[in-house]
Design a protein around this ligand. Structure first.
Ligand code: ATP
Length: 437
């Protein structure tokens, strides 16, 4: 439902998840700023991926390469020559379209979706260029990286030589990427500046098909672990004419966004294309010596490439619900997995007086060591719960008169709205368990 998208955008703005970039100047098309809750959500999602990919898998190490790289990297990678889209313009409205996004009929009749004549198609390289140093001649041209992967390939030898990894092994990286997209739309789905979470897995040639299947399955499990609705996830295979210049096989994991099925992540068998090309362009051998068999070869690469910012939109869409909870009573709730919720525990005194506020503060201070908390003492308790539902806080703890007498608190669960009494001694452990699950 397209209305859902509007509601998500409006909630994001109202509650401080995501704002238009440079809004006081009227905004900048397709750039967005992450507010107090948005940055927490994005960081937690990134940490969830990082932990899953590095800590919970054998043989995957991390890297954080620079955004600016030697310009020859992008010649070797093929981006200078072929990272382009074909663009056409509506000659009446000047709206721009991607040629491959038009229907066959629109392409044949050269008519825009608005029914107007289209300009001649022209190729458009998606890389942003800038200049290193004061001279802006062509010799100083550098690019903002359009993908994080190349930073991993050019560091392949450094990592092998310094971290004792043996094939098969992976290198994971999260960082910004930039593409001068012809058409940006759908909020943070497609932007010119975005973040990727990529993992490049180096394998022995001949074992690539098996690892490709392995990573397809692993990545789907990851989304299930994150609690994403399974019927909103599917694989889509790239046909031969859709394959990127480097790829032997490619599957997308798609998610059913409010505006339809769209790519969330790509899993690609990039063969030895990248390492062979870098070897050729830098004039140095880039290969791997298997110490047991004494074989030397250029590894094949299986890549999993997910958008972090796009994943933020995915979890927002997946979590968003308007739930009827009584007669004429609808609550807005974001059902985030507790691991990624920007606020994990709301702490409220039932009333401010009789020392309840002080007690609640004291409990919040203790919980802060382990959880992200939010203290709120204003308004009716029901309204306070609803405010937390709307930003996806999975647990709320309420301090009342029984707390003072018996040392118990109310633990309120976002999803079921159920409330239970928990003793202060058990509270931390209960929350830890609930957040992990
Ligand atoms: P498309 O063909 O739709 O432009 P792509 O297939 O070129 O995308 P990849 O190069 O495979 O995309 O990028 C890997 C991932 O990076 C994507 O699955 C997506 O999550 C993310 N991504 C790519 N481009 C953008 C963008 N402009 N804005 C946000 N995320 C992006």
């Amino acid at each position: 439902d397209p209305k859902t998208m509007e509601k998500i955008v409006s909630l994001c703005k109202r509650r401080g998840f995501i704002f238009p970039s440079s809004e006081i100047y009227g905004g900048l098309a397709s750039a967005w700023d992450y507010g107090p809750l948005g940055v927490e959500l994005k960081n937690r999602l990134q940490r969830f991926w990082w932990r899953e990919m590095t800590q919970l898998h054998d043989n995957i190490v991390g890297l954080d390469a620079a955004i600016l790289m030697h310009p020859t990297v992008w010649k070797a990678s093929g981006h200078v020559d072929s990272f382009s889209d074909t663009m056409v313009e509506d000659t009446v409205t000047n709206e721009r379209y991607r040629w491959d996004h038009l229907t066959d009929e629109q392409r044949e009749t050269k008519t825009s979706p608005k029914g107007n004549p289209l300009s001649e198609p022209r190729e458009f390289n998606l890389m942003f260029k800038t200049h290193l140093g004061p001279a802006s001649d062509s010799g100083s041209t550098v690019y903002l990286r359009p993908e994080t992967a190349q930073g991993i390939y050019v560091n392949f030898k450094n990592v092998v030589q310094t971290s004792r990894v043996k094939i098969p092994f992976g290198i994971a990286q999260v960082g910004k990427a930039f593409r001068n997209e012809i058409v940006t739309k759908n909020f943070i789905f497609r932007t010119v500046e975005f973040e990727q979470m990529e993992m490049q897995y180096f394998v022995k040639p001949g074992e690539d098909d098996r690892w490709f299947e392995f990573w397809k399955a692993e990545r789907l499990k990851y989304y299930e672990k994150l609690g994403i609705r399974q019927d909103h996830l599917r694989f889509e295979e790239h046909g031969p004419d859709e394959l990127a210049h480097y790829a032997k096989a490619a599957f997308d994991i798609q998610y059913l966004f409010p505006f339809g099925w769209q790519e969330l992540e790509g899993i690609h068998n990039r063969t030895d294309f990248d390492l062979a090309r870098h070897s050729e362009f830098c004039g140095k051998e880039i290969n791997y010596l298997d110490e047991e068999t004494k074989e030397r070869y250029i590894p094949y690469i299986v890549e999993t490439s997910a958008g972090l910012t796009r994943s933020v939109l995915m979890v927002l869409s997946d979590a968003y619900e308007e739930e009827e909870v009584g007669e004429n009573d609808v609550r807005t709730v974001l059902r985030f997995h507790p691991m990624i919720a920007p606020v994990q525990v709301g702490v409220f005194p039932l009333v401010k007086k009789d020392g309840l506020a002080e007690k609640a503060r004291e409990i919040e201070m203790a919980l802060r060591e382990d959880f992200s908390t939010f203290y709120d003492q204003s308004g009716a308790i029901g309204r306070r719960y609803r405010r937390q539902d709307e930003i996806g806080t999975p647990f709320c703890v309420t301090i009342d008169y029984e707390t003072m007498e018996q040392g118990t608190v109310t633990l309120r669960h976002r999803d079921s709205m159920e409330q239970e009494r928990v003793s202060l001694g058990e509270l931390g452990q209960r929350l830890r368990e609930a957040i992990k699950s």
